[in-house]
Ligand binder design. Structure first.
Ligand SMILES: [Mg+2]
Length: 266
C-alpha cells in the first residue's frame, strides 16, 4: 500500500532541540525509501525556516517547505476567513515570517481579530485580560492550537490550552483553534502529499493532539513512548473498552522504519 509520513517534531525527533536517540538515522532511512513526508508541529516559538535550521543542526535533513506549523496554518485560515483584517497576535517568539499575507498590529485595542499563539511569559495578566476584553466585545479570537503542555529538558510546561479553557469560561464564548488536534492541519498535509487520509501515518508523542486527533481525521495514528508520553495516560485509555486507542505504539521513532515496512507490505 502507498504510504505517506506525517511526523510531529518535538518529543518525537527532538527534545529541547536535541535529537532523540536513533531519530536522525530513522528519518534518513525512511527518506531514502522514498515515502512522501511532512512535519506537522504546534511549535509557535520558531518559524518554519528556523525549525528547519534547528533540525538540520541536529543532523536531520529537512527543508522549510516540508514543515507545517500552527502559525502557517493559522495564517492560511485568517486569509481565507478574515481577509484584510488587522490582527493582534499574542505569542511567545517571532513567527511573523510564517504569517505573511496577514496584516499585523501591535495595538490590541484596534485589532479586528485576536490570535493566541504559544504560551510563555507574554501570557501575562494584563495581556490575557486584554484578550478577555476582546472576546466579550465580540472580536473573533483564534488560537494557533490548544495544546495543554509541552515537554522540556526540565519537565512539562503549561501551554495555550490551559488558558483557553479559562478564557472561554470567563467570556462564555468558544475560541477556534487551528493546530493539532484540529483536522485542518492533518487534511492540509494529506492534500500536499496527494494521498488519502488512510494512507498517511501520523507519528506523535501527544496521545490526544497527535494520535487520536489524526485517527479522528481518518489517518493512521502511531504513538511514541518519548517526549510527553506518559504510560499511565495510555493505560487509562486502554482500560476504557469503548474509547479510542492508538492504532500503534512504538518505543521511539527509531522503531518507525520497521513498522512502516510492515504496514507497506499489508
Ligand atoms: Mg510533540
Amino acid at each position: 500500500m502507498a504510504l505517506g509520513l506525517l511526523l510531529d517534531i518535538d518529543g518525537v525527533m527532538v527534545t529541547s532541540w536535541k535529537a532523540l536517540p536513533g531519530a536522525v538515522d530513522a528519518v534518513a532511512k525512511l527518506y531514502e525509501r522514498g515515502y512522501p513526508r511532512m512535519f506537522l508541529t504546534n511549535t509557535t516559538s520558531r518559524s518554519r525556516g528556523d525549525i528547519a535550521e534547528a533540525l538540520n543542526a541536529c543532523g536531520f535533513e529537512v527543508s522549510p517547505e516540508e514543515i507545517l506549523t500552527a502559525a502557517k496554518l493559522t495564517a492560511e485560515y485568517l486569509t481565507a476567513n478574515h481577509p484584510g483584517k488587522r490582527v493582534w497576535v499574542l505569542n511567545e517568539g517571532p513567527i511573523a515570517e510564517d504569517m505573511t499575507g496577514v496584516e499585523l498590529t501591535d495595538d490590541p485595542a484596534s485589532a479586528e481579530v485576536v490570535v493566541l499563539g504559544g504560551a510563555g511569559p507574554v501570557f501575562d495578566h494584563r495581556s490575557l485580560s486584554q484578550v478577555l476584553e476582546s472576546m466579550v466585545s465580540g472580536v473573533p479570537v483564534v488560537a494557533m492550537h490548544r495544546s495543554m503542555t509541552w515537554s522540556t529538558a526540565g519537565g512539562l510546561s503549561i501551554d495555550t490550552g490551559v488558558y483557553l479553557e479559562g478564557l472561554e469560561k470567563a467570556a462564555g464564548r468558544k475560541i477556534k483553534a487551528i493546530g493539532k488536534p484540529s483536522p485542518l492541519g492533518f487534511r492540509a498535509a494529506v492534500d500536499l502529499m496527494q494521498l488519502e487520509p488512510n494512507q498517511v501515518i501520523m507519528v506523535g508523542d501527544d496521545m490526544h493532539n497527535d494520535v487520536l486527533g489524526a485517527q479522528a481525521a481518518a489517518l493512521i495514528g502511531v504513538l511514541v513512548r518519548t517526549g510527553k508520553f506518559r504510560d499511565e495516560a495510555l493505560r487509562a485509555l486502554q482500560r476504557d473498552e469503548f474509547g479510542p486507542v492508538p492504532d500503534h505504539v512504538i518505543d521511539s521513532v527509531a522503531d518507525l522504519p520497521a513498522l512502516v515496512q510492515k504496514l507497506a507490505e499489508q
